[in-house]
Design a binder for this molecule. Sequence first.
Ligand code: ATP
Length: 200
Amino acid sequence: MFVVGLTGGIGSGKTAASDYLAEKGIVVVDADLASRVVVEPGQPALDEIEARFGSSVIAADGTLDRRALRERVFADPEERKALEAITHPAIGAEIMRQLQAARSPYTVLVSPLLLETSQHKMAQRILLVDVPEALQIARTTARDTVAAEQVEAIMAAQMPRAEKLARADDVVVNDGDLSHLHAQLDTLHAQYLAMTTGQQ
Ligand code: ATP
């Protein structure tokens, strides 16, 4: 199993990059999707959340009331840690399950928190989508219709760009049009295929 961990800040182009690799037949495992699956009704993590945070974080239909939970953990590091102690292992297990089921020459694990969590340990290679900060703000505000200040606040809470760059094995710079991004990915895709030859 050869896993490329794909990460980058908010609005950097992770989805744009992973969509392109998926078009080439590469299985993409999405950590954000996995994080939603593990708190669906019937999942053990949801029961643990209810046991720890109370029924006020469960909506009438039995699903997780994300807003209520967010309010509980917002600005309270202890509460946040307690939540992550429940969710992170469950998300990691769900990601591993999907990675093991994947059948393509290599697999991409796309995650905004690849480096901040232990998820990077599941990847043999770290691929960073890097983007100049002004462009990151412009693209995110255009996509999400949020204020630039809000995007800047999220960026400030994320791992600094320099630290991500230092930890990446490979970097694509998403500072042009999509064909510019795709051309860089073509080169890396060929390299990853070469690296996985003989591993299957
Ligand atoms: P998030 O972590 O916030 O989900 P992301 O890293 O997955 O974001 P994308 O959604 O891929 O980022 O890209 C952010 C926005 O920028 C999207 O609207 C996308 O279409 C656009 N975008 C990405 N790359 C390019 C590019 N090279 N040229 C033009 N627009 C782009």
